[in-house]
Design a protein around this ligand. Structure first.
Ligand SMILES: NC(=O)c1ccc[n+]([C@@H]2O[C@H](COP(=O)([O-])OP(=O)(O)OC[C@H]3O[C@@H](n4cnc5c(N)ncnc54)[C@H](OP(=O)(O)O)[C@@H]3O)[C@@H](O)[C@H]2O)c1
Length: 239
């Protein structure tokens, strides 16, 4: 890992399979970071209550982080949704519904950029800062060879465009910030569980391995690379 000197506040949003492992690794590897986790279940589960689909929660985020009185060094968005109650990735056109498309976009596309908007008041021009968000290779339009998963694919593509656009604005306003879209690789979590049967065991990462790989990639990101869409192995992914 190139940089093990991160200090200040690290906010991890969404402590599902990958987010939990990212949180643990950050604590182990970067003793000078103060880790804050945020998610829908506040209280014991997370220090900060944050439903990314709630504008009220997003408005309360910056004031809640200010209480820690430390510079914000890192925000890692580990939230996302592929399936859930009433939500299944579509195999064919007839399965598309307006409601499911809206849900996919709310969490996988709009949430990351609204999270960036919410924390922007805490940025400082002279301070290094990483904004990382989990996307997915299936959001690559160039790489779409098998079709299906309309809503999830399109929402991840939209996230990529929104955060690429953000990286251009932040490049001017916050020259020490980076914005990185990361593909974790297929990882053994609740999100991928129903779709693992065709994945060879050596291609299914444990959340801990995924976290190590993602943090290794992120720690190499510098401001000139901001706006990259990168896989777990550091390789760029075509848009
Ligand atoms: N696992 C893979 O193979 C894989 C592959 C490619 C990309 N990814 C991406 O990696 C990210 C993490 O996935 P994962 O595998 O760790 O999935 P996961 O275990 O299902 O975790 C997803 C997390 O997102 C949170 N979340 C969902 N809606 C939220 C909301 N409205 N506000 C706040 N948090 C919310 C969930 O919180 P709750 O506990 O409250 O539901 C959960 O903590 C996702 O963006 C996913 O698309 C995963």
């Amino acid at each position: 890992m190139h940089d093990n000197t991160w200090s200040g506040l690290a906010l991890v949003v969404g402590t599902g399979g990958i987010g939990q492992a990212i949180s643990e690794r950050l604590q182990q590897r970067f003793p000078d970071l103060t880790l804050i986790t945020a998610g829908r279940q506040g209280g014991i589960r997370h220090q900060v209550q944050l439903d990314l689909e709630s504008d009220v929660d997003l408005e309360r985020l910056a004031p809640a982080l200010k209480h820690f009185d430390q510079p914000l060094r890192l925000v890692f968005n580990c939230s996302g949704r592929l399936h859930g109650p009433g939500l299944q990735p579509e195999k064919r056109l007839t399965q598309l519904t307006r409601e499911a498309l809206a849900e996919q976009f709310a969490i996988n596309a709009f949430a990351p950029v609204l999270l960036a908007k919410a924390i922007e008041p805490l940025l400082k021009r002279d301070r290094p800062f990483h904004f990382a968000s989990l996307s997915a290779r299936v959001g690559s339009i160039t790489d779409n060879r098998s079709g299906g998963w309309y809503g999830y694919r399109a929402a991840k593509s939209a996230q990529n465009q929104l955060l690429k656009t953000l990286s251009i604005e932040w490049g001017r306003r916050w020259p020490n910030a980076t914005v990185t879209l990361l593909h974790p690789g297929t990882t053994d979590t609740a999100l991928s569980k129903p779709f693992q049967s065709f994945v060879p065991p050596e291609k299914l990462f444990s959340p801990e391995r995924a976290a190590d790989q993602l943090l290794a990639v992120l720690s190499c990101q510098t401001p000139p690379q901001s706006g990259s869409f990168v896989a777990w192995d550091g390789q760029p992914i075509d848009w």
